[in-house]
Design a protein around this ligand. Structure first.
Ligand SMILES: Nc1ncnc2c1ncn2[C@@H]1O[C@H](COP(=O)(O)OP(=O)(O)O)[C@@H](O)[C@H]1O
Ligand SMILES: [Mg+2]
Length: 228
């Protein structure tokens, strides 16, 4: 037995645009182990978001094998995927995923509740991410950096084993991103989460155990000498 959270072999996925079939991913393989943080970089349109949504079950592959937590995707029903997203796999999108009608504290409590947990560590989470002072605000009363950290606190509130992030610092200005990246990364490490981090932020990528580049439909080890 190994402790792979994700094992993907030869995955492919295309989209149909009218008559045209666009092949986005083809022959993609990936293994992610517990506690491992892997960065995925790649140009816009290369299929990074498509990949994340295959790994959280929001999209299905056209072909290939995918196992999450040792279970084959072909054996997972929509309900199984929904339960994994409630309890084990957190996805953090670029613009955060907060419920606009709930305060930050209530967002955290709600997210924990979906996973069947009490949000007793909500305050500690907010303190760790340096946003305790905005716990009672609504999402639209937060700055971009605060919103992204609040979304991260919600992701942690469900105590996931795997976190998938789609350009978590993409909507932040440079100075804010500089401040958020270490908080973000320390929080992932402290929880020993498996993390697949799609990012354009070199600081964030370089903190990861490995950097993979998505190019021509597949992942390969990033070679800075070739790509720069
Ligand atoms: N629902 C969709 N229908 C048709 N084409 C799509 C759809 N979603 C994404 N695409 C296309 O697939 C390619 C990869 O998209 P995406 O995974 O969002 O890339 P990235 O996240 O790397 O920017 C792009 O060419 C995009 O236009
Ligand atoms: Mg994307």
């Amino acid at each position: 037995m190994n402790n792979a959270l994700i094992q993907a072999q030869n995955l492919s996925r295309s989209y149909r645009n009218g008559r045209e079939q666009i092949s986005v991913l083809h022959g993609l393989s990936l293994e992610l182990r517990g506690g491992e943080a892997v960065a995925v970089i790649g140009p816009s349109g290369s299929g990074k978001s498509t990949l994340l949504n295959l790994l959280n079950g929001l999209l299905l592959p056209d072909s290939g094998q995918l196992q999450v937590f040792g279970r084959a995707h072909s054996d997972l029903t929509e309900n199984d995927w929904a339960e994994l997203r409630r309890t084990r796999i957190a996805t953090l999108f670029q613009d955060g995923n907060l419920i606009p009608t709930l305060t930050v504290s209530r967002n955290i409590a709600f997210r924990a509740g979906l996973a069947g947990l009490q949000a007793h560590d909500g305050e500690a989470l907010l303190a760790q991410l340096d946003i305790a002072d905005v716990a009672h605000r609504y999402p639209d009363q937060l700055s971009g950096g605060q919103r992204q950290r609040a979304a991260l606190a919600c992701a942690f509130a469900m105590r996931p084993e795997l976190i998938l992030t789609d350009e978590p610092t993409g909507s932040l200005d440079y100075a804010t991103a500089q401040r958020v990246v270490p908080l973000f990364f320390d929080a992932i490490r402290e929880r020993a989460l498996g993390a697949l981090i799609v990012t354009h932020n070199p600081e964030l990528a370089q903190r990861c155990d490995r950097i993979l580049e998505l190019r021509e439909g597949a992942l390969r080890p990033w070679d800075s000498a070739v790509s720069s």
